[in-house]
Design a protein around this ligand. Structure first.
Ligand SMILES: C[S@@+](CC[C@H](N)C(=O)[O-])C[C@H]1O[C@@H](n2cnc3c(N)ncnc32)[C@H](O)[C@@H]1O
Length: 206
């Protein structure tokens, strides 16, 4: 909150205030956006990611949206449920961490080329601290891709997110990245929401 002045005091409160770890105890082998939105995100990753690099899939689960034919030096996963992450065959290694409780990642400075957060940003209660640490682990010039739709677990999304529409979400995420010290921040709508789930990406460079 210190880095996001002007927001109401309960902006990052959740309807369900219980520990996030309790919510993710049971695995969810489901998709959180539809096939067309996933395909659009996979195409976008194919355009902006570089083969042979190190990618961190933050807030991930049992499926990867990375292009299947693109080889990376390493894909590191992070999430909240071990069964989901163990089922994600794209991950070379993974770790579990509640990043709202502890935003500092167990990764070395400047060790990752790209960080992806797909349909997870609405659950961050300390977005500037979390994304600031993401910037630490990214190499200078490294890319962050934050994608989101209009679907979420509403009891676990922050109140601020629930009060905004897609365009405001894009502006909010861009503000998070700006306050966390990212440059070249920009937003793009990949799916309009008429024929599939909407999908918006916000990107920035460390
Ligand atoms: C809707 S799922 C998205 C999973 C995956 N990125 C995808 O596209 O299918 C939201 C994910 O956010 C992550 N998440 C939610 N709250 C978290 C927290 N407090 N700390 C770390 N990760 C969290 C969990 O990994 C959860 O699976």
């Amino acid at each position: 909150m210190d880095d996001l002045p002007g927001l109401p005091p309960n902006a990052f409160a959740k309807e369900d205030p219980d520990d996030d770890r309790d919510f993710y105890v049971e695995p969810r082998f489901e998709t959180h956006i539809d096939d067309a939105a996933i395909a659009a995100l996979t195409r976008f990753y194919g355009e902006v990611l570089t083969p042979g690099t190190v990618v961190l899939d933050l807030m991930s689960s049992w499926i990867s949206h990375l292009p299947p034919d693109m080889d990376f030096a390493e894909v590191i996963g992070h999430g909240m449920n071990a069964e989901e992450l163990a089922a994600n065959t794209r991950l070379a290694r993974w770790f579990i961490q509640d990043i709202n409780a502890e935003p500092v990642l167990p990764l070395a400075d400047a060790s990752v080329d790209a960080v992806l957060i797909c349909v997870g940003v609405q659950y961050l209660t300390r977005p500037v601290a979390t994304l600031g640490d993401v910037r630490r682990v990214l190499k200078p010039g490294g890319l962050i891709v934050i994608s989101f739709s209009n679907r979420c677990f509403p009891t676990k999304a922050v109140r601020l997110w629930l009060s905004l529409d897609d365009d405001d979400h894009a502006r909010l995420v861009a503000m998070y990245l700006d306050r966390a010290g990212f440059g070249e921040v920009g937003a793009r709508r990949l799916r309009d929401g008429w024929t599939s789930d909407p999908l918006i990406v916000v990107t920035g460079r460390a």
